[in-house]
Structures are given as structure tokens and as C-alpha cells.
Write a protein that binds this ligand. Structure first.
Ligand code: SAH
Ligand code: SF4
Length: 396
């Protein structure tokens, strides 16, 4: 391995945090509200308190079970009440700007949200499941040197509505809402959700939590908590809350076995280093073999892919029920790294496997449409970093 240059990348980049513009029409969006928030909103709009619980249940079902966007279609509500709802509220999801379909069936959606900003979501069909990869922020304030999203300067947190909205848009596109009167279809096109798109979900915790509560609610989209995986670069103070308040599965972007290398790859490591992160994971509530933590490990040629790395990795995580997901690096224009050779990835996987850990190699999906892990970045966002900036931040 070449001599590692001193880590120069800042933990967070020079970002422009943009305020969220509120809709001008004054209609409040019902999407993404928790049941309690929905109840309060209905009462404020004139729903008698005594009826509120029932109305929440009815409206919830229309929005999240049937996928209805128009109050007029909510036929079990009185006409006057439907009119009242339409006066105060809307049911709105992000607008699909473009939809690209890869040769392998992966679909990438470019979505426009309030303020004209854009995020991406990716649907990955597999034989036994369909995974929707959603974003939690426009861009990302962290600066991982191998990640395309990290080079985007504009950053804003997504609202819960915009996070749930990504799931709803995918269901729209896949035609997955049930048809009234048709026999119940148990096949799930969106069977899993991963928070692995743009952004650091634990830097937008409350909105991510509220959105996942909506997605998991049994009277709506009804995804089990075990079918949701949140991926984090290692925001230690928020990790325990993920188990306590969301209860979903956890993936950690680990990527290196020494602090010196991880500082360069995942600069937030300078704040919470490997030992601190592993301590938090050892304490992660509910840890068991059926709910293992996934360690994501991007394979970068000559940087983190040696046999010694593989051996250090298994030593570090000893005692944590884990699986190790090896991600062949996905290139993007100006990227300062190369993908490890296939034989290297297999040799690495073998060492990890022999140490007793599942070590699947993630097949890159949708590369032809720049939909693979770490390639997301709304190409139309104007503020971009130059190649030179990216290289200098990576310490190259
Ligand atoms: N911010 C969160 C979630 C989004 S990234 C996180 O970092 O965990 C989802 C996964 O893709 C992370 O493991 C991330 O490190 C990885 N990734 C980023 N850029 C990549 C690239 N160019 N090739 C392969 N994986 C990449
Ligand atoms: Fe942000 Fe995750 Fe990309 Fe790092 S890998 S810059 S945390 S999106």
C-alpha cells in the first residue's frame, strides 16, 4: 500500500444548507404525519374530537392502504367532510422528473421536492424480493472521499413526507396499490426498504423515524421492521435511538480497519473512531443472530483490500453478531479510487467467511444508469465540486 498522506479532508464539507420553502398554497400535506399529528391536524381543521380517532383510521387507510390522492375518492366519508378536508389539506408526493430503467431492471427515479431540489430513489428487483433504496437528505454533509453524494454541495434534510413519498412514488410506478374488490395479492414488489440513498439518515433522525413509523404501520404500507435497513456512516450518539425508536435493522459503513485509513475514507471517523463505534455496536440493543448488524465494506484497490485488512476486520468485530457486505467500488466521474480486482475481492471474502461471517459480495446494480451504491447525485444540482477539490479532500 502506498504511504498514506496525512488526512486532510474535513469532517463536514463546505456545504450550503438550504432552508425548506413552505408550500405557498397553504394546504397542509397529510403524507408523513404520524397518527398523533394527523389527529391534531384534523381537529384543528374542525373535526369533532370524538370522531377524530375514527377519521384518522379511515383517512390513513385511504392514503396508505389504497394509495388514494384525492379526498373525493374517500367514499366512506360524508361529502361535506371530504370538502372540508380538501379545503385544508393535500396528499402530495414528490414529483417524478425522470425515471430510468437499467438493462438489469433496476429503476432510478429523479424526484423533485419543494424548493426545486432533487433527490434520487432506486428500485432493485431481485428473484425473491424488491428493494427500494431511498434518500434521507438532499446531498450529504459528510464527506466520504469515495462517495459521489458527498461531493454535492447543496444539502437539506428531507421531511418525513418526502421520505414516505419516495415509497409511495415507487408503488405508483410499479402499480402496487391494491385494487378494490380484487383478490388479496400477497406478493410484494417493494418488499424491503433500505436507507442507503443520498444523505446520512442519522443526521435527520426525527424525520426518518416518523417516516419509517408510517411505512411500518400495519394498516397501511405495512412493511415489517425487519425489512427496513438503515445505513449509517457511524453517528455514534444516534445509534442506540435507531433500535429504541425505529427498531429497524442497522448497517454500518465501516470500510476500513485502521483509524488512519478510515479517517481518510469516512472523515466522521475523526469524531467517532473505530473503537468508539464498535463500543456503541456492542451495546446495540436487541443484538442477536437473527438481527445481525451488517458491516458494509467498499472494496478500493490498494487502499483497504489486503489480506491483513480482512484479518483485522474479523478481529475488530469479534463478538458482534454481524454479516459483512462487500461492495465493489462503483466509479463515478472524477472518483479518486478504483475498484479492487475481482480475485482480490474473493480472497478477502474468503478470509471473512472462514472466520465465521457471511460475506456476500454486493452485485453492482443499475451501473449503466448511475444507480449503484454511492453513485447517486442529482446531476442537475449546479453546485459541484471540481475534480481537484475532490482529489485534495481525499488526500491524493
Ligand atoms: N450515508 C449513509 C447511507 C448512504 S450510502 C452511509 O454512509 O451509510 C450507502 C452505502 O454505499 C454506504 O455503505 C456507502 O459507504 C456506500 N458507498 C458510497 N459510495 C460508494 C461507491 N462509490 N461505491 C460503492 N459503495 C459506495
Ligand atoms: Fe454521506 Fe454516506 Fe456518502 Fe458518506 S457514504 S458522503 S455518509 S451518503
Amino acid at each position: 500500500m502506498p504511504e498514506a498522506p496525512a488526512a486532510v479532508a474535513p469532517i463536514t464539507q463546505d456545504v450550503l444548507t438550504i432552508p425548506r420553502k413552505l408550500p405557498e398554497g397553504g394546504l397542509r400535506n397529510l403524507v408523513g404525519l404520524t397518527r398523533d399529528q394527523l389527529r391534531d391536524a384534523l381537529i384543528a381543521a374542525g373535526t369533532p374530537e370524538k370522531q377524530a380517532k375514527m377519521r384518522v383510521g379511515q383517512i390513513w387507510q385511504w392514503i396508505y392502504h389504497w394509495g388514494v390522492r384525492d379526498f373525493a375518492a374517500m367514499t366512506n366519508l360524508a361529502k361535506d367532510y371530504r370538502a372540508l378536508l380538501a379545503e385544508h389539506f393535500e396528499i402530495s408526493v414528490p414529483e417524478v422528473v425522470t425515471r430510468q430503467v437499467s438493462a438489469d431492471g433496476t429503476r432510478k427515479y429523479l424526484l423533485r421536492i419543494a424548493g426545486g431540489h432533487e433527490v434520487e430513489a432506486v428500485y432493485i428487483p431481485e428473484e425473491t424480493r424488491g428493494t427500494l433504496c431511498i434518500s434521507s437528505q438532499v446531498g450529504c454533509t459528510l464527506n466520504c472521499s469515495f462517495c459521489h453524494t458527498g461531493t454535492q454541495k447543496l444539502v437539506r434534510n428531507l421531511t418525513a413526507a418526502e421520505i414516505v413519498g419516495q415509497v409511495m412514488v415507487a408503488r405508483d410506478d410499479l402499480g402496487e396499490w391494491p385494487v378494490p374488490g380484487a383478490p388479496k395479492d400477497e406478493t410484494r414488489l417493494v418488499s424491503n426498504v433500505v436507507l442507503m440513498g443520498m444523505g446520512e439518515p442519522l443526521y435527520n433522525f426525527d424525520n426518518v423515524r416518523d417516516a419509517m413509523k408510517v411505512v411500518m404501520d400495519g394498516e397501511g404500507i405495512s412493511l415489517s421492521r425487519r425489512r427496513i435497513t438503515l445505513s449509517t456512516s457511524g453517528i455514534v450518539p444516534e445509534i442506540a435511538r435507531t433500535a429504541e425508536e425505529i427498531g429497524c435493522l442497522l448497517a454500518i459503513s465501516f470500510h476500513a480497519t485502521t483509524d488512519e485509513v478510515r479517517d481518510r475514507l469516512v472523515p466522521v471517523n475523526k469524531k467517532w473512531n473505530i473503537a468508539t463505534l464498535l463500543d456503541a455496536l456492542r451495546d446495540y440493543p436487541r443484538l442477536s443472530n437473527s438481527e445481525r448488524i451488517t458491516f458494509e465494506y467498499v472494496m478500493l484497490k490498494g487502499v483497504n483490500d489486503s489480506d491483513a485488512d480482512a484479518k483485522r476486520l474479523v478481529k475488530l468485530i469479534a463478538g458482534i453478531p454481524a454479516k459483512i457486505n462487500l461492495i465493489p467500488f462503483n466509479e463515478w466521474p472524477g472518483a479518486p479510487y478504483e475498484r479492487s480486482d475481482w480475485e482480490r475481492i474473493e480472497a478477502f471474502a474468503d478470509i471473512v467467511y472462514k472466520a465465521g461471517y457471511a460475506s456476500p459480495i454486493r452485485t453492482p446494480r443499475g451501473e449503466d444508469i448511475m444507480a449503484a451504491c454511492g453513485q447517486l447525485k442529482s446531476a442537475t444540482e449546479r453546485a459541484r465540486k471540481s475534480r481537484a477539490e475532490i482529489a485534495s479532500e481525499a488526500g491524493l
